[in-house]
Design a protein around this ligand. Structure first.
Ligand code: HEC
Length: 141
């Protein structure tokens, strides 16, 4: 092997050794710990929550009957799809209202004929459905 080739090999080996030491720093316990640490923290009630995070943990209250009606029930009850009693149709609601609020609520929660359970609002609480039925009744008599 010529002297110049020997020199080239020495330089190349030195370059590898250098890049290896950079990679080794990348694997130091500190940098690994940093990379595998959880991205967020969990706060239990009573913990001091940093102000910057507070708005994210704010819990929203129940939605109003009107808001739910407009997003979940209007599609059928606004136009009378499949025989749905229309909001504001006093004659259409009279006999239903006469059956009593409890019957209306039960049918709204469990569904009846073409009326799907909870009117397709799967994430509505029973109280929210109740508020929505009250809103519909109040605006249909
Ligand atoms: C896919 C269409 C559809 C959607 C969406 C829908 N309804 Fe209905 N709903 C109906 C139909 C059809 C009826 C009539 C059922 C019957 O008496 O045959 C009805 C009837 C009702 C009644 C009367 C029940 C009774 O005892 O006479 C209530 C109360 C009611 N719906 C509440 C709701 C509420 C609250 C929502 C939204 C959360 C909702 N509905 C969404 C189709 C729908």
């Amino acid at each position: 092997m010529s002297a110049s080739n020997k020199l080239k090999i020495t330089l190349i080996s030195a370059a590898f050794a250098f890049s290896y030491s950079v990679a080794a720093d990348h694997l130091s316990s500190h940098s690994v710990e940093k990379r595998i640490s959880p991205t967020g923290s969990v706060y239990k009630s009573g913990d001091d929550v940093p102000v910057a995070i507070a708005p994210i943990v704010e819990v929203s209250g129940p939605r109003t009957g009107e808001a739910i009606y407009n997003t979940k029930c209007l599609a059928c009850h606004g136009t009378g799809v499949a025989g749905a009693p229309k909001l504001g149709d006093v004659a259409g609601w009279a006999s239903r209202i006469a059956a009593g609020e409890e019957t209306l609520l039960n049918n709204a929660l469990n569904g009846i004929n073409a009326m799907p359970p909870k009117g397709t609002c799967a994430d509505c609480s029973d109280d929210e459905i109740s508020a929505t039925v009250k809103y519909m009744v109040a605006n249909s008599q």
